[in-house]
Design a protein around this ligand. Structure first.
Ligand code: HEM
Length: 525
């Protein structure tokens, strides 16, 4: 199917006549994206295939516990099943309390939607966070609600204020040393945790979570939070932060994917969510205030070597921007990265040949394992970077992204009305043979410029960090943190796995599910 974009409504009859005459299958898109219903060839929205809703419960029952056809943890499989059952476009309608979900598995269409999204893309996410920010703590967030769960002008204004420092390589690179220090502490802790077989404990994923928390503390609060301390008392601040991160973040899957009872009355899980979010607000306020005090004592010149938070505080008279930014980074920058790291380490442990290649690259770049990391060294770790990309293609931590359509749009020949939530299932499209050559094979080399073979990949098939103006704000930090961890760990240890294979599931993010008892064998060279 090809498309014809028409600049003016008056041209419609002329173009339609031309298309009919030439028996063309092209779909017509009006430049202003308002689509008249009567255009021939364009099928109505309700003709899109999809699971049939049942009366009263709509399609929500499919996600209900016990009677539901799909479990929350099956969401990744659900997206695959929908593709197999209905093809490249499918509609999940009749979801109580939320708009229809439209699954699009066509990389050309995904590209088109992303490219047309305009200056304020709307990502339908985290309704519970929206309620928290816009109702429960309206007093705090007011006109500066941040980026996560925020849309339209308020989102654009906030993103414009913070985007430059967060994505600027100069700022990100300042964090090589601090993240290397956190990671060194984490690896020492791993040494202490291993059993007599050198296996990590069964809850090793929680330890990775603490490393991610400690990293985000350094980035967003200019602070070492102390989460890697092995002897935390129950009431200590780091332990309370660890617990809040678990409840506030991990329960979002239950709040958002299961029936949203919390919208109608405050359920226990909702009350806990609010309590933990309040705790995060308190922590962010405390550490940003401390950063401000330190900043006030500094003499700032245009060349001052400032941290991310200091730069925000120096440019913005309102401290609220820094509080809210820190909160947003914490909310989305812990689980994403810790789950991605679980997945990457598990893949390394179960792919010894690939791990050997990574090790050889690292040994060549860092003959002494204690070589301090630099921008140059990190840039030269091409296999490390390619391996991470390949894991994110085949096991994308965030299984899909989405946009709420802000205009009526034609997608695969259907007229899709404004307001529908379009889902881009990157986990599925990233593995479709028509978009990715040898899609079922795990080949990091496909991402390497000087690879012997010529692999093709559609640029919109695998987008683990999303795309466009709303793309992941923390992606440079995410890449940096993952790369530093791999460089330090794989240079010095061989990672193995000697237990039952782990299945991938969605518990908020897509990651191996079960006991991550990785074995860490110290390398001798
Ligand atoms: C491997 C780890 C990560 C993955 C796979 C990931 C993925 C994503 C995706 C898919 C989005 C939506 C983008 C879009 O709508 O186009 C997103 C948004 C976002 N991410 Fe990440 N992310 C990761 C790590 C991080 C980290 C470490 C941080 C913070 C330091 C972070 C901060 C954010 C923020 C603030 C947004 C919201 C941006 C906005 O709506 O304007 N992410 N991320």
């Amino acid at each position: 199917m090809s498309y014809v974009v028409i600049r003016s409504r008056q041209d419609v009859p002329r173009i339609m006549y031309f298309l009919r005459r030439h028996r063309s299958q092209a779909a017509v898109i009006l430049d202003d994206l308002s689509v008249p219903q009567e255009l021939p060839h364009i099928k109505p929205y309700n003709a899109i295939p999809g699971p049939k809703p049942i009366p009263i419960l709509g399609n929500t029952w499919r996600l209900l516990p016990i009677i539901g056809q799909y479990d929350v943890s099956d969401v990744a499989r659900l997206s695959d099943i929908i593709y197999r059952d209905y093809g490249k476009i499918a509609r999940l309608s009749g979801l109580i309390g939320r708009p229809d979900l439209l699954f699009v598995y066509d990389a050309d269409e995904i590209e088109k939607i992303y490219r047309q999204e305009g200056p304020t893309p709307f990502r339908p996410s985290m309704p519970c966070l929206v309620k928290y920010k816009s109702e429960i703590r309206k007093d705090f967030f007011g006109k500066l609600p941040g980026v996560v769960g925020v849309h339209g002008e308020p989102w654009r204004e906030f993103r414009t204020k913070v985007q430059k420092p967060i994505l600027q390589l100069k700022t990100v690179r300042k964090y090589i040393r601090p993240i290397e220090t956190v990671t060194g502490d984490f690896i020492r802790r791993m040494e202490e945790m291993m059993d007599e077989n050198k296996d990590m404990p069964s809850d090793f994923d929680n330890e990775i979570h603490k490393w991610a928390l400690e990293c985000i503390g350094v980035v967003s609060l200019d602070a070492r939070l102390g989460c890697l301390d092995p002897n935390l008392s129950l009431n200590s601040e780091p332990q309370r932060i660890i617990n809040a991160a678990k409840y506030a973040l991990r329960n979002i899957a239950i709040l958002e994917l299961k029936f949203p009872f919390w919208r109608y009355f405050p359920t226990t899980i909702w009350k806990n969510y609010v309590k933990n979010m309040d705790y995060f607000v308190k922590i962010c306020t405390k550490y940003v205030d401390e950063a401000m005090e330190r900043l006030q004592k500094k003499k700032i010149t245009p060349d001052s070597d400032l941290s991310l938070i200091e730069r925000i505080l120096a440019n913005e008279p309102n401290k609220k921007t820094a509080y809210v930014l820190a909160l947003d980074l914490i909310l989305v920058g812990i689980d994403t990265i810790s789950m991605a790291v679980c997945s990457i380490l598990y893949q390394l442990a179960t792919r010894p040949e690939q791990q050997r290649k990574m090790y050889e690259e690292l040994r060549q770049l860092m003959p002494d394992p204690n070589t301090p990391l630099t921008t140059k060294l990190l840039d030269e770790m091409v296999f490390v970077k390619a391996f991470v990309k390949e894991v994110l293609r085949m096991y994308s931590t965030v299984i899909g992204n989405g946009r709420t359509l802000q205009h009526d749009t034609i997608i695969r020949g259907y007229h899709v009305p404004k307001g529908v939530q379009v889902v881009f299932p990157t986990l599925v499209t990233g593995q479709m043979e028509e978009y990715v050559s040898k899609s079922n094979e795990f080949l990091p080399e496909r991402w390497m410029k000087n690879s012997d073979e010529n692999y093709s990949i559609h640029p919109f098939a695998s987008l683990p960090y999303g795309h466009g103006a709303r793309m992941c704000l923390g992606r440079r930090f995410a890449d940096l943190e993952i790369q530093i961890l791999l460089a330090k760990l794989i240079r010095s240890y061989n990672i193995e796995y000697h237990h039952q294979p782990l299945e991938y599931k969605v518990t908020f993010m897509y990651a191996p599910h079960g006991e991550m008892k990785l074995r860490m064998m110290k390398r001798l060279d």
